[in-house]
Ligand binder design. Structure first.
Ligand code: HMG
Length: 422
């Protein structure tokens, strides 16, 4: 059989499996062949992250809340939690993450800045347009925010992929930034955190290439949501755990069917990490289908992927990508290895897709800086944490100045406009 015919058959059955027959009739089969035949690789050319310079130790929190510290360290799999002062918001975190990887050349080539977040401070203006300005990205660019709970970063990434496939010489900056707060003494308190991951999406990427094998799943459910006017989300914690696992097992089955893969095809599986035990529970849910050595191999990679999140906590949209970064920095995966990514956003939307590691990818990581960033943070006392947690930027419309010297921190608020260090 001709190579072209094989491509067509694979593509046809893949798509036929996903769509009902009446939809299939309207799909242009030629375009399927063209997409599959294209040799162009698109993916993550650069990646970095940013967390604030403060953290809370989970033993300190457990002692203050009269809880056994093992519940947090072992039961949830969290050792530290990133805490932000009010002068460091998603713009600060996102701009700082991106500034570490962008060259002047990149800033001329970027056509889109997309921020995936559920921590917006404005219902209208996006954090993306502010970051676009702070980073001096060329003006003829699109800038916007994208939302569905923790899934927003993945939506942004896929949008970036689609844009670069149509405009191969241009680049897209994707930022996944959030501040996860549930409230002092709340059930979700030990699963807070914050931070941002920035990714530059280009053709012929240096780190990871998309395999164009996404499988998605939506289910209208209230496991975690934040109606307008609420400072903190409403959450049914145990239901959210269950929906997360159910979404993963369903999407995994669908992935095996559509992409004709099994666990052996993945060098590692990475997960959205609201707390690090969560992804482990989902991973273990598929263990019965594989031999023990396969389980051990995937769990060893999982342990490498959660090293950063154990020290940061939940950064909502960025959590999956902090896990990916931790895996890249701390594992010995090699070029050609396929990494599976499970993205979950409460409410609930999830997606499973895979990316392939590029030649010499380690050379393009900022691993040493990432370790230093986490190591040099200041440990807060409980009193300092609670004070920082309760501090809010003034909303009286007046002019107020702040003296946080951190890059891109808020230095003034005036007329309800935030001004940032540049
Ligand atoms: P909880 O009731 O405080 O904790 O809620 P628990 O009683 O369920 O215990 C947690 C684990 O600790 C259990 O392990 C216990 O056995 C263990 P498991 O049975 O689950 O394996 N444990 C201990 N282990 C060792 N030594 C001990 C000990 N004591 C207990 N002494 C919960 C925990 C996560 C529900 C809560 O913190 C919460 O509501 N968090 C927020 C919601 C959340 O993170 N959900 C995750 C899935 S939803 C999601 O990922 C989306 C999200 O990121 C938002 C978005 O999409 O935008 C949240």
């Amino acid at each position: 059989m001709e190579e072209e015919q094989i491509y067509f058959l694979i593509s046809f059955f893949t798509i036929a499996d996903r769509y009902p027959p009446q939809t299939m009739n309207s799909i242009n089969k030629d375009s399927i062949i063209r997409t599959r035949r294209s040799n162009m690789t698109i993916g993550i050319d650069k990646i970095s992250f940013q967390v604030p310079n403060y953290y809370l130790d989970m033993t300190d929190l457990a002692n203050a809340r009269e809880t056994d510290p093992n519940k947090f360290h072992i039961g949830l799999g969290q050792d530290q939690m990133a805490i932000n002062p009010e002068t460091q918001d998603i713009v600060t975190l996102g701009a700082s993450a991106a500034a570490k990887i962008l060259t002047d050349e990149d800033k001329k080539d970027i056509d889109m800045v997309i921020v995936g977040t559920e921590s917006s401070t404005d219902f209208s203006k996006s954090a993306a347009v502010i970051i676009h300005n702070l980073l001096d990205i060329q003006p003829f660019a699109r800038s916007f925010e994208i939302k569905h709970a923790c899934y927003g970063g993945t939506a942004a990434l896929q949008q970036a992929h689609d844009y670069v496939s149509l405009h191969p010489d241009r680049k897209v900056l994707v930022i996944a930034a959030d501040i996860a707060k549930y409230g002092l003494n709340s059930g979700g308190e030990p699963t807070q955190g914050c931070g941002a991951v920035a990714m530059l999406i280009t053709k012929e990427p240096h780190i990871l290439a998309f395999n164009n094998d996404s499988v998605f799943y939506s289910e209208d459910v209230y496991d975690f949501w934040r109606p307008a006017g609420h400072d903190y989300p409403l959450v049914d914690g145990h239901l959210s755990n269950q929906i997360y696992i159910d979404s993963f097992t369903r999407i995994w089955e669908q992935n095996k069917k559509i992409n004709q893969t099994s666990s052996e095809d993945y060098a590692a599986l990475t997960f959205h990490l609201p707390y690090t035990k969560m992804g482990r529970k989902a991973l273990r849910a598929i263990f019965p289908e594989m031999p023990e050595e396969e389980q051990q191999r995937l769990e060893a990679r999982y342990d490498e992927a959660i090293l950063y999140s154990r020290q940061v906590g939940n950064l909502y949209t960025g959590s999956l990508y902090l896990g990916l970064l931790s895996l890249l920095d701390n594992s010995q995966l090699v070029a050609g290895d396929r990494v599976g990514l499970f993205s979950y956003g409460s409410g609930a939307v999830s997606e499973f897709f895979s990316m392939t590691l590029m030649e010499d990818y380690k050379k393009y990581l900022t691993s040493e800086n990432n370790h230093t960033l986490l190591a040099q943070r200041k440990r807060l006392t409980i009193a300092e944490y609670e004070k920082m947690f309760n501090e809010k930027l003034p909303t009286d419309g007046g002019s107020h100045s702040f003296s946080d010297p951190t890059d891109f921190a808020i230095n003034k608020i005036d007329g309800d406009i935030r001004y940032y260090n540049k």
